[in-house]
Design a protein around this ligand. Sequence first.
Ligand SMILES: *Cc1c(COP(=O)(O)O)cnc(C)c1O
Length: 760
Amino acid sequence: MKIATLSSYTDKPLADCTDLELFNALLSLVADATRERGYNQGKKRLYYISAEFLIGKLLSNNLINLGLYDSVRDELAACGRDLSALEEMELEPSLGNGGLGRLAACFLDSCATLGLPADGIGLAYHCGLFRQNFADNRQCESPDYWLRWGQDSWLRRTSRHFRVSFGGFDVTSTLYEIDVTGYEGKSGKLRLFDVDSADERVIHSGISFDKDDVTKNLTLFLYPDDSDDAGRLLRVYQEYFMVSNGAQLILDECQARGSNLHDLADYAAIQINDTHPTMVIPELIRLLGEHGIAFDEAVSIARDVCAYTNHTILAEALETWPKHFIEQVAPQLIPIIDQLDKLVRDSCEDPFVQVIDEHGNVHMANIDIHFSHSVNGVAALHTKILEDVELAPFYKLYPEKFNNKTNGITFRRWCIECNPELAGLITQTIGDDWKHDATRLEDLLAHQDDDGLLDQLSKIKRHNKERFAAWLRAHQGTEVDPDAIFDVQSKRLHEYKRQQLNLLWATNTYLQVKAGKLPERKVCMLFGAKAAPAYTIAKDIIHAIICLGKVVAADPVASQYLQVVMIENYNVTAAERLIPAADVSEQISLASKEASGTSNMKFMLNGALTLGTMDGANVEIAELVGKGNIYTFGEGSDEVIARYQRGDYDPRSYYEGDERLKEAVDFLRGPQMLEVGNAESLERLTEELLGKDWFMTFPDFDSYLTEKARVLNDVADQHSWQRKALVNIAKAGFFSSDRTIEQYNRDIWHLGVDSSRGCE
Ligand SMILES: *Cc1c(COP(=O)(O)O)cnc(C)c1O
């Protein structure tokens, strides 16, 4: 590789450059190095369409993947400059929300690394989801202007433009691209569309904006508030904008590569990530029609090209849109959707599987399942629940379409980059091969009795806790004690993920301390979570966690044993600091509700032990590491599903039957909490738990307390704890997204690997 030094990208000595000048020089260096290595090519290309890509900062990731990290760091250090300071000034792209978007980002990394010709397709949101800060112990939202600073960023404007027709008006769009570097390989691209008429001046205050002027607000925010019709309609506009641009781009490119469109499936695979991009199916059929292809053939082409990933079994998250919304947004799709509906009706009477229901709602997942050739769940248990329960009528129709692809994470970002000391120790112990073949981590199992190694693991954990403590101090001015056990639950705030169960544990622990039962070691509970702005109870839970944190901190005795911290604006950057510092990984969703989870995999890889329910990929983690190396509790998915079916859950009976639970729940709206918190919010949360508790925290309360006591007791014996951690690291290889992507390609996409060398 003939990449020049960083100094050849500046017109003065590095020592004299501003941080911004250095950062811009790094952007150019990375862009040139990426171009020089080349992009993965092939006749058939994957287009991974997704409403979100939670890609995280890119500077260190790209330098590592391009093999430039050490040389750039050393070159900077030689002039008294610090690469990590430049990493700090990069703003995290705000293009995603949670696990689904992070998965899309890991998948692009793995595709590039494995040499698969693949691009992501999405939207270039100006302000992303939102930036979270806390005021009055509550979540406040503001626009996340991730593109605000400087002229330069990873986002590259192209000269490609498209026209998208909405009912009554047209807009033009511009294609932007972000390079996705593969690890020691070639690259792919993330291709993002923006509407040319976007205008940030329609934002009023916070994240509220004029919802009616679609030409201006279309690409400002990810998941605009859908609590009213204007917001819901806007989401449909966004979805159609994304897929219409995407479909036009795909057809253009495939034709340029030689497709006559009849053979489109030899040139393109489209993976539909959750239901947001569903309209790509009717849009493709429509565009193929414009190219003279008859409807029936177009349907069959679309089916051969498209595959659908289901991410949730929560009924409320399977999108349905009133047909008149789609009629308003994209009237040209209505005849197509009507014909698709008729195709289904003609062959099947079951109302459950219809495209349009009797209320005139269009079921997006149903379109995906009928008119794609593959339907996958994201963990073994999840896929089984889809087949046996949630989508059973579809499984009967199309057993051959259903398949499982257990999620994964890229080990480049989630170990090599975020935990360099651990990565170094692994390499020192078993060599370098694990970086390309994660299953080689199992070689660590031969070292389980190496006391020196276990000792090193312990030291690295301690060092990561100190690093995190320093970051948190700078980030939000909160002090945490690295001597405490770091017990972490970080993920989107949702009732099914049950942060409220953890809150009840913390409340119980506080009450125990007040009653004189002092724990052996201090526990620092670290939460990171954003709540959807219109999700009231989720915000109530955040409020209660912050309030409890204040109550505990104000108590001179309790604060020696317990700390409750809510991390502001949890995102990939925070996760990269937090996860390597975790001792305990809280994965406590109600069994059957978490499709997979991926943070469970990140924690495991970074040597934290899982305290979890038998849900999502936790089940596969438990199988891999064995009973002695994971802490599980709570009811199983069969019990939970049966209880929902019986419909006889009564939270009050548990509340009345367990004094500890009663005290904890009562405390939430008791005088101490009311002194720091908001009465309406605390009252609402307590009533929700007592009157509904839809995600059944109370039945698992007792077993959670028991198992968590065991975990916290076991940490004390660092030797046996670190041996368990070592087994977790060794067994994490299965959860590399390289494995997941190889399975997608083998079973669904059938892309050729680009093994030609770049222009090195
Ligand atoms: C991995 C990740 C998630 C997903 O977490 P789950 O526990 O799988 O829901 C969410 N947010 C960020 C920032 C992540 O890195």
